[in-house]
Design a protein around this ligand. Structure first.
Ligand code: SF4
Length: 307
């Protein structure tokens, strides 16, 4: 196989990708040219602060530029009547009382799309130019050994995915330990403030630790009850009701408080109940990854950048 034109890190600024940045900066993984952070415009303040910090303390001293790319603000797009909105995975209560989940298009639109556009720019072939065969970026993705099933090839020939944490045998807890030893133990999960995939612990952290951000998501939750504003303005509102919390109750009334030890011990559920409980509590362990959907379904950018 020919050599890549450059090596790029998909930097979500969560535990695994921060670990990869450290590996590169400390010389254990040589050759990283650039790191790309896709900004949905609605990450928690802690993520932006962490990103600034790792840029200042790790990337810049190592000569690794961090490029921040964006294809819009997900919150503003959901609530703007004239904005085009790529659907979030909202929890739906249908008119008949059945439950559903709206299609997840946001990751493709707000994360994958701007990264692909940036990669094409770096290669010198912006959309819609065709990227010649053999011209590609080696893209490093922070997937650890405990989530190996998420490691997949890119869907375009100009990106070749590489998973250095898996190659090196690092689990998520190995990454956390290493980050702690470097004073980065508070590395946050990277995901939109109001991501419907949040578990109860994330909602509680917001409510109890960041009242302004909690107020922001409560207002958003209320505002999307009939779906996104553009659909409503066009006369095609959601027939059911949309919620951020999986209980399908308004966020400020949802049962987000911890299940007590007594309740846990009294449960008679099987392993599937246990898994569902853990997810309800913790959400997705790693926040929102551009390159691997937690549902196992491929994440599509929803537009063609394959030429
Ligand atoms: S964090 Fe959640 S809302 Fe944001 S892009 Fe990812 S899946 Fe969508």
């Amino acid at each position: 196989m020919s050599a890549p034109q450059l090596r790029s890190l998909s930097l979500g600024a969560g535990v695994q990708s921060t670990r990869l940045l450290l590996l590169a900066a400390e010389g254990h993984l040589p050759g990283l040219d650039v790191a790309i952070f896709a900004d949905t415009g609605w990450e928690p303040r802690a993520v932006y602060e962490h990103l600034d910090r790792i840029e200042r303390e790790i990337a810049e001293p190592a000569g690794i530029p961090i490029l921040r790319v964006s294809s819009g603000n997900i919150r503003e797009d959901a609530l703007g009547p004239s904005k085009r909105f790529a659907s979030m995975p909202l929890h739906i209560l249908n008119p008949q009382g059945t439950e559903g989940l709206s299609r997840r298009q946001c990751t493709g639109q707000y994360k994958i799309r701007p990264i692909k556009e940036q990669v094409r720019q770096l290669l010198g072939y912006p959309h819609p130019q065709r990227v010649p065969a053999g011209v590609f970026v080696e893209q490093w993705i922070g997937i650890s050994t405990d989530e190996v099933h998420r490691a997949k090839d890119a869907d375009v020939a100009y990106m070749k995915n590489r998973f250095p944490l898996i190659e090196l045998g690092f689990s998520r807890s190995d990454c956390v330990r290493l980050l702690r030893s470097r004073g980065l133990g508070s590395t946050p999960k990277s995901a939109c403030l109001g991501c419907p995939y949040h578990g109860n612990s994330q909602w509680r952290q917001l409510r109890d630790g960041s009242p302004e951000e909690w107020q922001d998501v409560v207002e958003f939750d209320h505002a999307i009850r009939k779906g996104n504003a553009r659909a409503t303005a066009q006369g095609t509102p959601l027939l059911g009701q949309a919620y951020l919390h999986r209980s399908r109750r308004p966020l400020d009334q949802a049962p987000i408080d911890r299940v007590t030890a007594h309740e846990w011990s009294g449960r008679q559920g099987d392993i599937f109940d246990a898994i569902a409980d853990a997810e309800l509590e913790n959400g997705d362990a790693d926040g929102c990854s551009p390159w691997s959907c937690r549902s196992g379904a491929p994440v599509s950018a929803g537009f063609d950048l394959t030429a």
